[in-house]
Design a protein around this ligand. Structure first.
Ligand SMILES: [Zn+2]
Length: 272
């Protein structure tokens, strides 16, 4: 069974500057058994890194309208049953289960601050500047702030399909984003700049191998990737191949929307 000390020793092996901010994505179960569970993992994380942030995205409050903009990776009018179950977003809505228990533990920490985006919120400790940077128009701005401070992505027992920051590289490469709608007690918010699908992001693994610091803690592989270098590597890859990092599922609405847009642009150019 892993102890608090095992976790601290493991994080130290990464050899990254403790004062650099990190965005983390973790699977507690990937470590094997940890004495004290998620609280121990959180404690060891906070003892090892001064400022941490995690996505605390919420999906239960999303609704699907009857109509909307074209090629938006969404089947309009398909949400009758889901819309009925949609919950109002409030600042204390738990992070979606997909974010993992550590994200939820960070959100609940007494020092944590959570941004107010009704779908793509982040919770951070000692990161109020990053959290305050977010707006409805710029949902990924907190990650940009971390990048500007030479921060790291920390993947704990999860792979790049959990690496939200790759969406920042997509945005910088000019890739299409999406519009989604969120139910709040005040209004239905139209949210621009929503990210695409991350199911294909493991295609980035080889490209990032050279800048990735890896260690093992228990059964979990821990990867630390410097944000600036990661984005610098991935942006030209996406620009050179507009289908890079998309998933292979023919039925994936968002990846297909990106392919459609690209194919339309190509055919418009060939008409010139
Ligand atoms: Zn996809």
């Amino acid at each position: 069974m892993l102890s608090y000390r095992d976790l601290i020793t493991g994080f130290k092996k990464l050899g990254i500057d403790q004062n650099k901010p990190v965005i983390l994505h973790a699977s507690l179960s990937s470590f094997g058994e940890v004495r004290g569970g998620a609280d121990t993992l959180l404690g060891a994380t906070l003892a090892s890194f001064h400022s941490v942030m995690s996505p605390t995205f919420t999906y239960k409050n999303m609704i699907i309208p009857e109509t909307g903009p074209d090629n938006n990776g969404l089947e309009y009018g398909s949400g009758h049953d889901l819309n009925k179950m949609a919950e109002f977003y409030t600042q204390d809505m738990p992070a979606d289960r997909l974010m993992g228990i550590l994200a939820e533990k960070i959100r609940l920490h007494p020092l944590a601050q959570r941004s107010t985006h009704p779908i793509l919120s982040f919770a951070g400790i000692h990161l109020s500047e990053a959290i305050d940077r977010q707006s409805l128009e710029e949902p990924l701005a907190p990650i940009q702030w971390l990048l500007d401070q030479q921060g790291y992505v920390l993947l704990m027992g999860v792979d790049h399909t959990s690496n939200t920051s790759i969406h920042l590289a997509e945005q910088k490469a000019g890739r299409k984003s999406f519009i989604r709608w969120a139910l709040t007690p005040h209004a239905i918010y139209e949210c621009p700049g929503l990210t695409g699908c991350s199911d294909g992001f493991n295609q980035a693994t080889d490209h990032l191998a050279e800048i990735t610091i890896m260690t093992k803690i228990g059964d979990a592989t821990i990867q630390a990737i410097p944000l600036q270098e990661m984005v610098d590597i991935l942006v030209p890859i996406i620009q050179n191949d507009p289908f890079a990092l998309l998933c292979e599922k023919a039925t994936c609405p968002r990846c297909q929307a990106i392919r459609n847009q690209q194919n339309n642009q190509t055919s418009e150019h060939s008409d010139d």
